[in-house]
Ligand binder design. Structure first.
Ligand code: URA
Length: 251
């Protein structure tokens, strides 16, 4: 028995229903329908475009019910405070970013897109959309992630240049980055945009040159900026905002 959930009384073509329920590829599903293996309310399905109502119709494959649970896709932007883990659960009972969300967001399969350290704040996306996660995190898309940094001590011009060109860390050379100078004083003195997502990458890049990062905050992913969102709060992103984040991709 296959499982999927849907809300609302909407119809969708039989083919889409069966593909989303995980019965197989479009081609396989079309073939199964042609072979008469699919029935709707006890009657052999003749057309793969016929509309079906997931909550009302009984759909079977080789006589076995196909149950449908289409997860509503959600993307939340969170301003992560200090001290939360970027995971969905922790076996030591520590608080995770999901603990900030109200009850209505539980059980939707949300998880963080990429990670921020325990001691990093700022922009974190949570979603249940696997395709979107792939587009936002796979290195081939080179999405720019901008951070504000506070270090004790200021970079010499040649140090800034070497961070921008790439430095050799224990997991290899870093890709080109961009550094902006913001201020001499706290809370932040540099911005840095990187296009990779290695563990503690920004901290390790600065540490490579002998600088300790005292504060780190992510303020941008692609075209998505963290504006007007207080630490510890979140908001739902619109389809337009998501599309705009993806447009920054190079490939
Ligand atoms: N780089 C880091 O060092 N830490 C983060 O949380 C994100 C990027």
């Amino acid at each position: 028995m296959l499982h999927v959930t849907i809300t609302g009384m909407e119809s969708l073509p039989l083919l889409k229903y069966l593909v989303e329920a995980g019965l197989g590829s479009r081609r396989q599903v079309v073939a199964a329908i042609k072979l008469g293996r699919v029935a709707v309310n006890g009657k052999q399905a003749e057309s793969y475009t016929m509309p079906v109502y997931p909550q009302a119709d009984r759909i079977t494959f080789d006589g076995q019910p196909v149950s449908f649970h289409r997860q509503v896709k959600i993307v939340l932007m969170l301003n992560k405070p200090l001290g939360l883990l970027t995971t969905t659960s922790d076996d030591r009972g520590r608080k995770t970013v999901l603990d900030i969300l109200p009850a209505e967001y539980r059980g939707l399969g949300l998880y963080p897109v990429g990670r921020l350290d325990h001691d990093t704040t700022g922009l974190l996306l949570l979603t249940n959309d696997g395709n979107l996660t792939y587009r936002l995190t796979h290195p081939r898309f080179e999405l720019g992630k901008e951070y504000l940094v506070y270090t004790e001590g200021l970079l010499k011009p040649q140090e800034k240049e070497s961070l921008e060109k790439g430095v050799l860390l224990d997991d290899g050379m870093t890709a080109p980055a961009t550094i902006g100078e913001i201020s001499y004083d706290p809370p932040y003195n540099y911005s840095i945009t990187i296009h990779e997502g290695r563990t503690r990458q920004v901290r390790r890049m600065f540490a490579h040159l002998g600088y300790t990062v005292r504060s780190l905050k992510r303020v941008r992913m692609g075209n998505l900026r963290l504006v007007n969102l207080k630490e510890g709060s979140f908001r739902k992103l619109s389809a337009q905002e998501i599309a705009s984040a993806l447009r920054e991709h190079k490939k």
